[in-house]
Design a protein around this ligand. Sequence first.
Ligand SMILES: Nc1ncnc2c1ncn2[C@@H]1O[C@H](COP(=O)(O)OP(=O)(O)OP(=O)(O)O)[C@@H](O)[C@H]1O
Ligand SMILES: [Zn+2]
Ligand SMILES: [Zn+2]
Length: 820
Amino acid sequence: MIAKVIVDAPARDTDRPFDYAVPDKLAPLVRPGVRAAVPFGPRTLNGFVLAVEETSDMDPSRLKPLKSVLDAAPVVTEELLDLAGWLSRKYLCPQYTALTALLPSALKTKTETVFEAAVPPSSPDVPESLRELLAYVDRRGRVPEKSLLQAFADRAELLTSAILLGLLTESKEVKDRLGMKVQLCVRPSASAEALTAAADAARRRAPKQAELLDRLASLADEGGEPPLLAELARDSGIGPAAVKALESKGFCVVEAKELSRDPYADRRFEASRPLPLTETQAAALSPIRRAIEAKTYAPFLLHGVTGSGKTEVYLQAMQACLEAGREAILLVPEISLTPQTVNAFKGRFGDEVAVMHSRLSAGERYDEWRKIARRRVKIAIGARSAIFAPFTNVGLIIIDEEHESSYKQEESPKYHARDVALERASRHGAAVVLGSATPALETYLAAHRGVYTLLEMPDRAFGQAMPRVDIVDMRQELRDGNRSMFSARLREALATRLERGEQSVLLLNRRGYSTFVMCRSCGFTAQCPHCDITLTYHRSGRHSRCHYCGYTEREATRCPSCESEHIRHFGAGTQRVEEELAKLFPGIRTIRMDVDTTSTKGAHEKLLADFRERKADVLLGTQMVAKGLDFPFVTLVGVISADTVLRLPDFRAAERTFQLLTQVAGRAGRHQLPGEVVVQTYTPEHYSIQFAQHHDFRGFARRELISRRELGYPPYCRLALATLAHEDISRLVTSSERFAGELKKRFAELRGAGEEPELLGPVPSPIPKLKDRYRFQCMVKYRGETNVADALRASADALSDDVRKSKLSIQLDVDPQVLL
Ligand SMILES: Nc1ncnc2c1ncn2[C@@H]1O[C@H](COP(=O)(O)OP(=O)(O)OP(=O)(O)O)[C@@H](O)[C@H]1O
Ligand SMILES: [Zn+2]
Ligand SMILES: [Zn+2]
């Protein structure tokens, strides 16, 4: 028997399956989707078993034997194995990299899994065929996966079924790194008869102890989860010391136990029932429901204005999916994965839901992943990577706020979750719902061309008016002598809110608007010596920091260039806005939400909860405050400056500006109280701001699509970006020229097949230097299905000598979202 293995040597020339001979005793364990250790040159590497075959094209006597198998049950499903191949081809990354992207990080570290019997071997739940296995585990208490694999190597299918039936519980060895939570629990260690006898003997003299012994006896008899020591002591009213005394008499053992870390376990969810749908919601839901029932691939764009009630449509679509006996995945942008969002789904579907997001510890994420892999849940909710939830019968994939750029992963594999969703759905015959108030223009155009079915919800759920949007020209403010960052209009609106006891949200787009240090005499600005990026000034630590590489500099008292003392920080960070607010409105209660105040675990959730409970008048923050929030008392939204996104060197700048303004405006007046929005800008005439003022997505899309077509940008063509980097600029220039030459040669060959791709560059990247390396880029514009991927890959391969020998790096990005 031969195993085809993708090994952990993710380089171009090793990016293919290698054949290994499977020793007889490992044969039953080796299945597609398990990880294995294999000899590779002088080393032993981990790898994924892709396939198992009878014969090899290689000379069998020259095949090396596979060393060991690392998983008792496959960690990658057959469908996901295949999807990894697709990821690797589409996004030009090694297959090993694609495969590891499918797994939670806890599985990537080298910790060992330990098994315990979940039920006594004699339990009626245990099929005859599994009794021996269960007895084996039960006798030993905790069995490391490795020993179990050895003992049952020839009967691996038993192991797998025991795991899938939930007869064995898996846990990772207790390691701090995984943030494991351990508590002491009590397990009976004598027979039920012996314990009852002891209880009877103690009943007179020590009734509490007797009660405890009774409880242990019934545990020994019926099995069940061993109770926590603390709990037991509390219930029976005797101290932990007394429990320990019982232990010394051999009645029980007190042992450390890893808690199943359900991060939401200690939270209560308000149960929610399906709401009667509005007519519009019902009209949107019914084709989705039909597609789920028909088990056919069907992509939808749900274009509903802010506050139109998309969430309820998602909820009822999921309901339909569960009723059809199928599984559902919901993707939400990381920063919208708030308790409010989770509550909405947990409240409706309770234990059917697993939630995965980056604020969980690695161990918690692993637990949630395992619930999915073991079919304990039917719904997965999470940020981007939840698209890889290892379900096997997916009926519905929902992507909320589908326009969000965070759905694109910026490191390899540089996949876009939307494309992965469509690909997975087509394999499962599932419905895909792309939901947004401001769909990406790619998505919108596809819906207009009939590639996706367009579902529209043009009004708010109870017909509330969209908030009024005022645009304030900040140039005029300056002319009128107002040098503050608050216009008269915004100040007045804030004052009104304070009077009425209503709440406000203030958006400060940090990008490009943060504080920086500048010399007023000579114009010198502090730059990062490694990245050529303006340093951001941090008032609290009195230092400046580079946001790309972390380089830090003390606050200067003299200009390093002209020695003038007039060097000081400029611009506004959230801290400065907060200070100015406090000056304007003494006693104002502000919650500031930005990377600094949300870096600790749970901080983000706490701040939002405080604001919801009206412990503050103003929620001030970066993009984090723009999305998804639904607070009934927010009646004012202020945008400090709408221009910052507009000035990014990116063809999507107008689209991003429109999206951001529309989304943040959508936070106001969602309930009974009407809302109002004040947008401050230095370019009030720009169409993205004008259309946002009138909540006119269609108008914006029409205008923007015309210019995209004229300038030749997506969605009228596709882009691929190659970024080359090297510390030596002259070598970089030479390599970039060579790379471009290779590309042109291959594009010329494509000419016959269709339209020839267009090559822009090589030119310095918008960020020309990063972490001491210079950067050049080649941008490729092409249409349709032209096979640009192969040409890019082959051209990069042609330079592989430079990559190996001279530390040149070549990054390929298909359908890039960030052009820096
Ligand atoms: N059928 C319904 N009956 C009663 N209330 C509803 C109904 N549908 C939605 N709502 C309420 O309307 C409000 C807005 O709904 P929701 O948050 O789903 O909007 P949304 O479309 O997701 O908006 P956004 O794009 O801004 O996130 C919520 O408070 C929700 O509870
Ligand atoms: Zn100076
Ligand atoms: Zn830097």
